[in-house]
Design a binder for this molecule. Sequence first.
Ligand code: GLU
Length: 475
Amino acid sequence: MSSPIVVRFAPSPTGYLHVGGARTAIFNWLYARNQNGRFLLRIEDTDRARSSDAMTREILNGLRWLGVDWDDTPWIQSEHLERHRAECLRLHDEDKAYWCYCSADDLAARRAGAENHDTKYDRRCLNLGDAERAAKEAAGLPRVLRFRVPEGVTEFYDIVHEETAFRNEEIDDFVILRSDGSPVYMIAVVVDDHDMGVTQVLRGDDHLSNTPKQILLYNALGYSVPMFGHMPLILGEDKKRLSKRHGATAVGEYQTRGILPETLFNFLALLGWSPGEDREIMSRDEMVDLFDARRLLKKSSVFDEKKLAWMNGQHIRLLGDAELLDRLRPWRPAARASVPDDYLLLVLALMKERIELLADFFEKAVYFFDDPAQYDAAGVAKHWKPETSALLRALAAQFASCPFEAPALEDLVRRKAEEESVSAGKLIHPLRLALTGGTQSPSLFDMMVVLGRETCVRRIETALRSRELGVGSNE
Ligand code: GLU
């Protein structure tokens, strides 16, 4: 059964979906899904010059990619301008708003001369006599509609910050209708939230200072006030507000880099919320079950890129191999188009533990597809000793006939080491260099099975002839 809880995410399509917005969407979504309520979407496109349909599509695609689905068709703010305007005029008719004819120049001049540099509107037009007002109207002076802020204190309970209060005397008689007759953001949000039946508004701390003004409007319009919750902002690693300076901020950039949507969802959900018990790696469904708005954190959280990559590795490991292969499709280079899926699945099973970004896989697994083009110089210096060539030559001969299975190969290498009275590492490290060109790989014997006998023997022979390994001259 659905509960009366209605929340919303209200992006302005003037830019991409960024991680801060995505986090707001995620918290609202988790709240709605946990409470069996509704999660609505509102596109705040009243800034026609800066908004675009392309951005709206990008934002919706970003949300879909993250797995944040919404109820009903999105509410398009610009379709409700007449309603916003009518509510502004109602406030005027009810004496809760007044026309102001002061020009920008007048205001600037009066502010400059004001004692204490008070920047608040001085209410000159509130106090106009009827004749003065009629004269200004007759002269056709441009006018804006200002909300008449009542006296007192605006108090509310914030889900995150708890008891919160603002003194009304600090709030300007703000404009609600511009001189061209267009309603401002402040009133559009309130009227829409009311008309959409929104019961809880969870958004970033950057909106906290708007909240008292909006509550005053709710009261003036006779609407019931929703509950508010303001989440601390996300910080970069330098503890400054996260911005483009810190690198990627658009959700799409993480998608391109090979972060899984379930990782970004999990990571962003933990930037400002904690389910307790140190739980970190969670599915969307687990988070829906665990979500509790009372556990939203008051403290800002730092966006830690390294942690995000680590978390992605954890989520990669949770995927089945076939699923992972499917997710890797966009990163598969043309050069690997003909590699059979069966072979890729074997490689994946070994490499899954070793990748953090999807984009890494085909690069890190290169030696499963191509013979090494060169050998890691530091690895060669460390592991390729004068006796190595003879040892590997003898081993290669035995690989030619030994059953090509991991236990048999391991047994053979260890026996050989014993026979020659050397440690197994003296064979394992150079073998890895010969087979991969480097010093890092999944388990050597499992890898050899996937590469197959022919490839292994060929690569060892190539290494034995290579000048890079300092042995070519002895051939
Ligand atoms: N459109 C606003 C923004 O993108 C959000 C308004 C709100 O959540 O009340 O910041």
